[in-house]
Write a new protein. Structure first.
Lengths: 425, 133
């Protein structure tokens, strides 16, 4: 049982990669009645956690048996999701993939997977979010719309006053680089509009100018050479700069090459100034999924156990590619909604194979799943650990009890693993 | 449906309302209202001969989908936006160029007015995808 009713403070919000840890909740009985400090998405998440729950057509034990039978019968299991559940659940999911020689991929393959590929190519120049708040005098959001996707990112880390940046509103400049004028661009000090799909060219041009090269063109990606030169000069003259980048950079033409080039730009800028960069991670524990996957399998995503040992190959063992090839004959989906977030061709194959779906709430994937198991919401109905976008692990607290008979993902996955082992004997 | 359309690049991403609606229920009317839309500038909407709220058909090489038109006052001609979700993905290609990542941004699209047509709800859209239409 959770503690008595009252105000619960310093709660971590399990929605986006900011993992805001200053949420204060009023709890009456087993109901959350108020959320102080949370953004509007956080409000919706905490105050409506009991609504729209996933229906189960029999007991958890029966459903676990059905799930284990599907898994044991399958020749090519795909385990997918994991970014909206806590780290202990990840461990159990990897164990199942290893036990049956399946593939395990997380949602980063369709968000910041290219960031990981770029990092593997050129290194990681990440810093803590607190450094941004205390030190950064120039912050760039590239292909990212934080006011919508990370609603408190600006107010907590960028517009807030810091130790060395005394006035976050006056002493720090914010630029937004994007193909369209987003709401974040509207509140920034400078909006740099670029042509769609030209990120790699622009970053390469910025690097060349930073190194003193003369470019024999008038414009690159919609920006004149004069504009590009002004950007480089301002970036070199910053005391401490941070480049936050979103899916506008990872999902557009160039993908991991965009990230590779951006990392190299940051490395170049460090000859003249101090710069770091950070991906704007979307789901609250997608960074954790990459970390736990690396701890346990050796690789951050797209891991295949078919040969009994882990192999890594994005493009081959990533969920969309596997589904489009028609390769998996069963899917174990945990805390994700691939039916809503994958392209049509991938969803079509998903609809034709048995899907085991673990989620607190109903969604598009639950409509086509053969086995639906409702689980507790991490950070509201069960505890756990999650990783913030800058790599900081934070402890998620249990605030209220889950609905009767509903277990955390980790417990259900452990039960499935045990049943799979029993059936295989 | 009108066969006189407007060419544009289609991009997708999160919106605050989409994120909020997702937490209220991904099969509910609020979610449908926030993801089954196509945001565009006023000139594009006028070129299509539509009023805000009229349905549009968004066609790409990978499929077509009916969504509700919405004006984005900050937008300029040439780029239209559908919030991330099943409607944007219904017209997204699945080639990842061996990275795992499909083309979620910058897909060439044609937008047609579709007055009188019905925007499918999430369940109907899924049925349509499953049946391969």
């Amino acid at each position: 049982m959770t503690e008595d009713s009252g105000m619960k403070e310093n709660i971590v919000c399990p929605f986006c990669g900011c993992l805001c840890d200053d949420i204060a909740l009023s709890v009456v009985g087993n109901q959350i009645t108020d959320n102080k400090n949370g953004c509007s998405i956080s409000q919706a998440k905490f105050l409506n956690h009991h609504d729209d729950r996933l229906a189960m057509d029999s007991s958890v034990e029966e459903l676990v048996k059905k799930a284990a039978e599907i898994i044991v019968k399958s020749k090519r299991l795909l385990v997918y999701g994991l970014s909206s559940t806590e780290n202990d659940a990840h461990r159990e999911a990897y164990k199942i993939a290893e036990e049956v020689g399946g593939v395990v991929d997380n949602t980063s393959s369709v968000c910041h997977g290219p960031t990981i590929l770029g990092t593997q190519e050129s290194g990681e120049s990440i810093a803590a979010l607190a450094e941004t708040r205390h030190r950064a005098d120039l912050v760039i959001y590239w292909g990212s719309n934080p006011q919508f996707a990370h609603p408190r990112h600006m107010s907590r880390y960028v517009r807030a006053d810091g130790l060395f940046i005394k006035d976050g509103k006056k002493d720090r400049k914010i630029w937004v680089v994007d193909v369209r004028k987003t709401i974040s661009a509207g509140v920034a000090d400078k909006f740099v509009k670029i042509n769609p799909g030209s990120d790699l060219e622009i970053i390469s041009a910025l690097r060349a100018i930073a190194r003193g090269k003369i470019l024999d063109v008038e414009e690159v990606g919609g920006l004149s050479i004069n504009e590009l030169t002004e950007l480089v000069e301002a970036m070199k003259n910053a005391k401490y700069g941070v480049l936050f980048f979103g899916l506008g950079l990872t999902q557009s033409k160039g993908r991991h090459r965009n990230i590779d080039a951006a990392i190299r730009l940051i490395q170049d800028l460090n000859y003249d100034s101090k710069w770091s960069m950070m991906p704007m991670r979307g789901h609250y524990n997608v960074a954790g999924a990459n970390k736990t996957s690396t701890w346990q399998t050796g690789y951050p995503y797209a891991v295949d156990y078919a040969r009994g040992y882990p192999r890594y190959q994005p493009g081959e063992y990533t969920a969309v590619d596997m589904l489009v090839r028609g390769e998996p004959d069963a899917v174990l989906n945990i805390a994700a909604d691939p039916a809503a977030h994958f392209p049509r061709a991938a969803v079509k194959h998903l609809a034709g194979i048995p899907v085991i779906n673990l989620d607190p709430k109903q969604n598009m994937t639950s409509l086509l799943a053969k086995v639906n198991i409702q689980t507790a919401i991490s950070g509201i109905e069960c505890d756990g650990a999650a990783v913030r976008m800058d790599g900081l692990p934070l402890y998620l607290k249990k605030v209220v009890d889950p609905p009767e008979g509903v277990l955390p993902d980790r417990d259900v996955l452990r039960m499935i693993y045990d049943e799979v082992r029993r059936l295989k004997k | 449906m009108s066969r006189v359309g407007v060419e544009a690049l289609l991009t997708s991403g999160r919106t605050l309302k989409q994120g909020r609606a997702m937490e209220l229920g991904k099969l509910g009317p609020e979610y449908l209202k926030e993801v089954a839309i196509c945001e565009m500038d006023k000139v594009t909407l006028e070129a299509l001969g539509l009023d805000e709220g009229d349905p549009v058909c968004v066609e790409t090489l990978h499929g077509s989908v009916l969504v509700t038109s919405k004006i984005d006052r900050r937008a300029e001609p040439g780029i239209v936006f559908i919030p991330c979700g099943p409607y944007a993905n219904a017209v997204t290609g699945s080639d990842t160029e061996n990275t795992g990542m499909p083309d979620f941004k910058g897909v060439s699209a044609q937008i047609f007015g579709a007055k009188g047509e019905k925007v499918l709800n999430v369940k109907e859209l899924l049925k349509q995808i499953m049946e391969g239409a």
